[in-house]
Design a protein around this ligand. Structure first.
Ligand SMILES: Nc1ncnc2c1ncn2[C@@H]1O[C@H](COP(=O)(O)OP(=O)(O)OP(=O)(O)O)[C@@H](O)[C@H]1O
Length: 922
């Protein structure tokens, strides 16, 4: 209560002085309180003989403790409300409290609730008065419901009769109660039910506890609470059921154990069995049940479990002695033979074969951590991450920044680029990339040797005889080369890869079925600590420096840590596939950045298609771009068509110059320029441009088309894309146009046979199934990759994929390189690439230009023109009705009308305007 009636320290009092309204309110509440107390006193000391409003008494004293005023007040209240006058003073106090208490600023008055309360109170009083009037006798000379009850009933009774009125009033009372208190009757019913159940349970428990014999043998739940007094009864029951039980019961030490065992379901099972077994022992004349049990060999496992439990509980010595009997028995049964050398790895390794006794002792029964499977898996993976290396933290941070940056760099949110100083070096320098550093410890020779022995032992468990003949540790995985015993098929080991991963407690084991030039197979196991392959490390490698092609791309390191570089010119097209999160986008970025390190815009140009709008939009604005990053898939279709046209143009140029590829073309152009005799464009015709003579031929750049989500393109643009890609893939190599297609859906409807046949270089990141791996690589293996850039790279013309640990480039690094190029120049975008106004060269075989002049006009075309221009209505349905033709034909004719400028393109409402004038009248 917030009234300042209580005593407070002086400082607090000074601080807590009331303002004007608060003072009035508080005084008001004091008055209400006084009135309520006075009224209560008056009501309680009411005397009907006192003079009052309904009573005339000329003589005599006033007996009411509140005096004449009290007598008068009590009489009036009783007269009006009957016995319901008594609750009035508390109700007044309550009302005063609600309205007059001091409220904090953040506690505004809720008038709806106050209104509901007032209404509820009124209904409560009214219905209570009515019910009192109906059901209780008058007191003194007042009606028990007062005038209020009388009047209400006189209105209700003729309508509802006594029972009906009682019911109406009861329900009204219930409604009033809810309005006043805000307590739902459902809650009341619920609580009443719960209390009833509780009461019944309590009563039943009481009855059980008092007389357990009446209810029979107590169940396991109540066993622990059963009174000692009940024991003789239970024991006699047990004695009747199992003759061995008495011995246990009579042994006071075992008695306690029996109770302990009853707490665990497993041990409880053991107990039941031992009862039966001692039963057998009993039959054989054994007098001691404890001695009888060890003689039963099939109980070994249970005994071990019991023993293990009781190691912690200071078990009776009787039980621990059993282990000595049982353990050797189990040893012979299940011990695997692991004599692989003088040094047994199992002694040292955590996951080494475990001696049976140890095995049982280590067995965990049930989960104690209270975590769900999902949480446990997440915990395990996050733990692994933490273990992995602290650099991953940086990566994650970088990713966060990337997402933010990507959002800001969105093409629809273009922001002004800061003016960057033009770099002096011809190409970006290595310092733009994060320096390489070691993020994980390499395994020692001894550790590797132990793992090798373990691998052999595990294979032996699967009845495969193999010998590790070579160990090749790398930054991410270690390859163990195995010499298989004669007659062992490699497919058997491939089939075991998952079992081996489990047996060796690793995430994935990849089996390399053929190692070129060696009679061995390979087993690739992930390292405990994974090294990150930094982009700078690979870009800075001698191999990359010595690679002269401007379209050399770095991929990462091979399993031995050697840089893997490939030349897109030889690829010549690349398919990149892997599930989401496998590292595709990072892989594509690495390729693009490596080209930015090698090639100027005169050497290489890019067309980037990015339906996701995020991955490639970072490159927006570099001078290498031929067009803005294409995010609309329709534009992407046009871009591919443009590439086909460009390819055909280049072919014609090359054939005119008598060269076989772009390199030869560029060399000739360069030689001609050096000789000061530039070659005029042989394809130029007067009228093609405003020039009077043919323009000079210039060096042609390579064009790299990167599609980040190729399946989107297939889905939106459809079959045409497949044909365009196939056409490009077949011929574009010589023209210097190269495709890099990435997809996260390695299914046959995306990577179709036509595309696969024409794109020989494949890059498979982790996929979920072997089928997916086959779709990309025509063989399994990618399903056993480790993610985060781990890939299988199948170069052009090879059948053996190489395992590559992809280089990592963060978005910050990409931004730095991109900004470096942006500072060097602006891109010159070619609008025609996405506009779809390409010439006939870009048409696919058998394809006709839509709506163009080459298209054959419908026979009805002239008549339709006449009709449309006369009627001034260019709708398809109009044409359909007038000429009684199908929708498709009518629509085609109207499109032809549009192409010839007779009608406009459809407006917002789909209507076309007739542009051409009406035909002249004769
Ligand atoms: N080479 C690498 N080294 C270390 N970590 C990597 C590497 N490549 C990728 N990763 C990690 O994997 C994450 C996912 O990579 P990425 O975004 O490239 O996957 P994706 O296959 O393109 O996924 P999506 O299809 O959803 O875009 C990266 O954010 C990064 O943390």
């Amino acid at each position: 209560m917030e009234f300042s009636l209580r005593r407070e320290p002086k400082a607090a009092r000074a601080k807590a002085r009331l303002d004007g309204v608060q003072r009035l309110k508080e005084c008001g509440f004091i008055l209400v309180l006084a009135a309520a107390v006075f009224t209560m006193v008056a009501l309680l000391s009411f005397n009907p003989a006192d003079p009052s409003w309904s009573q005339t008494a000329w003589h005599g004293d006033v007996h009411n403790a509140a005096g004449a005023m009290g007598a008068w007040l009590a009489d009036s209240l009783f007269f009006s409300f009957g016995i319901l006058a008594y609750p009035l003073p508390p109700a007044a106090i309550l009302g005063g409290w609600v309205f007059l208490r001091r409220r904090s600023d953040d506690e505004p008055i809720n008038y709806t609730i106050i209104g509901a309360r007032i209404l509820g109170l009124f209904i409560l009083f009214l219905t209570s008065c009515s019910l009192a009037d109906l059901n209780f006798d008058d007191f003194w000379h007042f009606s028990s419901g007062g005038v209020m009850g009388d009047v209400t009933n006189s209105l209700a009774l003729p309508l509802f009769n006594v029972l009906g009125t009682t019911l109406v009033m009861l329900f009204g009372w219930a409604a009033g109660f809810t309005l006043f208190t805000g307590i739902s009757w459902l809650t009341i019913v619920d609580n009443l039910g719960a209390m009833t159940l509780k009461g019944v349970t309590w009563a039943v428990n009481r009855i059980r506890g008092d007389a357990p014999t009446e209810l029979g043998v107590p169940d396991t739940d109540t066993q622990s609470t059963a009174a000692n007094a009940s024991e003789p009864m239970e024991l006699s029951d047990l004695r009747r059921l199992t003759p061995s039980a008495p011995e246990k019961a009579e042994n006071s030490a075992n008695d306690e154990q029996a109770q302990n065992k009853a707490a665990s379901p497993i041990i409880f099972g053991g107990q039941a069995r031992s009862a039966t077994d001692s039963d057998v022992a009993d039959d054989q004349g054994a007098t001691d049940s404890d001695d009888a049990q060890p003689e039963e060999p099939s109980l070994g496992q249970w005994h071990l479990a019991i023993e293990h439990e009781e190691e912690h509980e200071e078990a009776a010595p009787v039980l621990s002695s059993r282990v000595e009997v049982d353990t050797p028995h189990l040893d012979t049964g299940t011990a695997p033979s692991i004599e692989t050398g003088e040094e047994t790895p199992s002694d040292d390794l955590h996951s080494a074969p475990i001696a049976p006794s140890q095995h049982h002792a280590d067995t965990t029964y049930g989960n104690q951590d209270g975590l769900s499977e999902l949480e446990r898996a997440e915990q395990a993976s996050s733990g692994a991450d933490e273990d992995d290396d602290p650099f991953q933290e940086t990566i994650r941070q970088a990713q966060k920044n990337q997402q933010q940056a990507a959002g800001l760099d969105h093409p629809f949110l273009v922001k002004d680029e800061p003016d960057l100083p033009t770099p002096k070096e011809p190409f970006p320098t290595l310092d733009l990339l994060d320096p390489a550093r070691h993020t994980a410890e390499q395994a020692t020779r001894e550790e590797l040797e132990k793992i090798a022995r373990l691998v052999e032992a595990r294979l032996e468990d699967f009845k495969v005889q193999a010998r590790v003949v070579g160990v090749y540790p790398g930054p991410v995985i270690t390859r163990f080369e195995l010499d298989l015993a004669p007659g062992v098929k490699v497919s058997r080991i491939s089939g075991l890869s998952k079992d081996l991963a489990r047996a060796l407690s690793t995430t994935a084991v990849r089996v390399v079925e053929v190692i070129p030039g060696k009679p061995y197979i390979g087993l690739e196991l992930p390292n405990e600590h994974r090294e990150t392959v930094f982009m700078s490390e690979v870009i800075g490698s001698e191999r990359f420096k010595n690679s002269h092609s401007p379209i050399s791309v770095v991929l990462g390191n091979d399993i031995a840590g050697e840089a893997i570089i490939t030349d897109l010119g030889k690829a010549p097209h690349m398919l990149v596939a892997g599930t989401t999160g496998s590292g595709k986008s990072v892989g594509v970025n690495v390729m693009l950045v490596s080209m930015l390190y090698k090639a100027s815009p005169e050497d290489v140009r890019f067309i980037m298609i990015d339906p996701k709008m995020l991955e490639l939009s970072v490159y927006e604005g570099i001078p290498h771009l031929l067009t803005e990053v294409v995010t609309d898939m329709k534009d992407a279709g046009n871009a591919l068509r443009w590439c086909v046209g460009e390819m055909e143009r280049r072919y014609k140029l090359m054939s005119a110059l008598g060269v076989r590829n772009l390199k030869g073309f560029n060399e000739k152009v360069k030689a001609a320029e050096a000789a000061n005799n530039p070659i005029p464009d042989p394809l130029w015709k007067p009228g093609d441009s405003m020039d009077e003579s043919a323009p000079k031929l210039e060096k042609l750049p390579y064009i790299v088309v990167v599609v980040d989500e190729f399946s989107d393109l297939m889905m939106v643009v459809g079959k045409k894309v497949e044909e365009l890609i196939a056409r490009l893939a077949q011929k574009a190599r010589a023209a210097g146009i190269h495709l890099v297609l990435a997809t996260q859906r390695p299914s046959v409807d995306v990577i179709t046979g036509l595309i696969k046949a024409n794109i020989p270089t494949r890059m498979a990141f982790t996929v979920s199934t072997k089928t997916d791996s086959r779709t990309i690589l025509d063989q399994g293996g990618a399903e056993s990759l480790l993610g985060m850039g781990d890939m299988l790279f199948m170069p052009n013309g090879s059948n053996h994929p190489i395992r590559v640990h992809g280089a990592f480039v963060s978005d910050e690094e990409v931004h730095r390189v991109v900004n470096n190029w942006k500072a060097r120049g602006k891109p010159q975008y070619l609008d025609e690439i996405t506009k779809g106004e390409q010439g006939s060269d870009s048409l696919l075989p058998g394809e006709a230009p839509s709506g163009g002049e080459g298209e054959e006009l419908d026979q009805l075309f002239d008549q339709v023109v006449e009709f449309v221009t006369e009627s001034r209505r260019g709708s398809v349905s109009g044409v359909q009705r007038r000429f009684k033709i199908g929708y498709n034909r009518a629509a085609r004719i109207v499109e032809q009308l549009e192409a010839h400028g007779v009608v406009s393109s459809p407006g917002h409402n789909g209507n076309r305007e007739v542009i051409a004038p009406p035909p002249p009248k004769d």
